[in-house]
Design a protein around this ligand. Structure first.
Ligand code: ZN
Length: 287
């Protein structure tokens, strides 16, 4: 264990490293809570299963630090990772839970926060599987009505349409899309590709297998492939035999740092606007 001394872990800078005294004091001060949500899921032959957990954790830390600059106190809940994996479910290591399990655990987490005096919780999610999103959405809606907590999902406008969500729903905080603009490419970058490989490379280089990364070719898959992939099973596995969807070679550590920081600014920006009562959702017709 000696070699693990000082290494970053996903409790660092979260509530899990605070004392109860600090937690109670933060609740009295009106701190908001950021709730990182990911899954344990295969991420190709070059990345570990926990990429989405690290992604939601890094995003939450970036948001917390941006909020701090704006004078807003926030705490990060312990990262959640027992979500739903359909697309990659046929690969070893892609743990998947029943919808009711996800809803129960998240609801109980929110009920606990509420009982300690926290009134507002913002979910920072890093996993866009349709079934997972449905469970997260239901958990937030249910907690709002049954627990009476102000729960919100922070989401990139790019995903709303595909998930059948409306931008003006009261539990959604929609930020501008961070996906690169420009002429649409026929090939999609979806999973364990340039984006995910980049932030892992920058923040957790010891967890990226660079030797394998150098051998990976782009998958050159299009939207029609995504529809089949999303349904999971062996058909999905045939489409992405190595478990990634996109071009991992587009990755660089610098890109990883920039994209996590950009997320922090975008998400903190809408949370700040919301807390100051001037958040306006984009028009459904604009996204
Ligand atoms: Zn992922």
């Amino acid at each position: 264990m000696e070699e693990d001394k000082g290494r970053v872990n996903i409790f660092e800078d979260t509530m899990a490293h605070m004392t109860y005294v600090q937690v109670e004091e933060a609740a009295r001060e009106g701190a908001i809570v950021l709730f990182p949500v990911g899954v344990i899921e295969e991420h190709g032959p070059h990345l570990p299963l926990a990429v989405d957990v690290y992604g939601s954790y890094l995003r939450s830390r970036a948001v917390k630090s941006e909020l701090q600059k704006r004078g807003i106190k926030s705490l990060i809940a312990p990262p959640f990772y027992w979500g739903i994996n359909v697309a990659t479910g046929s690969f070893g290591g892609s743990f998947t839970c029943r919808e009711e399990t996800v809803i129960s655990v998240l609801s109980d987490g929110m009920a606990s926060l509420k009982s300690w005096g926290f009134d507002q919780v913002f979910f920072i999610n890093h996993h866009m599987d349709g079934g997972h999103m449905k469970a997260l959405d239901k958990a937030i809606r249910t907690a709002r009505s049954e627990i009476g907590i102000g729960a919100y999902l922070v989401i990139d406008s790019f995903f709303l349409k595909g998930l059948g969500m409306r931008a003006d729903e009261p539990h959604l905080l929609v930020h501008e899309s961070l996906f690169p603009s420009g002429p649409p490419s026929p090939y999609l970058n979806i999973h364990a590709e340039g984006y995910e490989t980049s932030f892992m490379w920058h923040y957790f280089p010891e967890l990226v297998n660079l030797e394998v990364l150098r051998t990976l070719k782009p998958t050159n898959l299009a939207f029609k492939d995504l529809l089949i992939w999303g349904k999971g099973g062996m058909e999905a596995r045939k489409i992405t035999p190595q478990g990634y969807f996109g071009d991992p070679a587009m990755a660089s550590p610098e890109r990883g740092r920039k994209e996590i920081e950009a997320y922090g600014r975008a998400a903190a920006g809408i949370i700040e606007a919301f807390l100051q009562s001037h958040y306006r959702p984009p028009k459904n017709s604009d996204i």
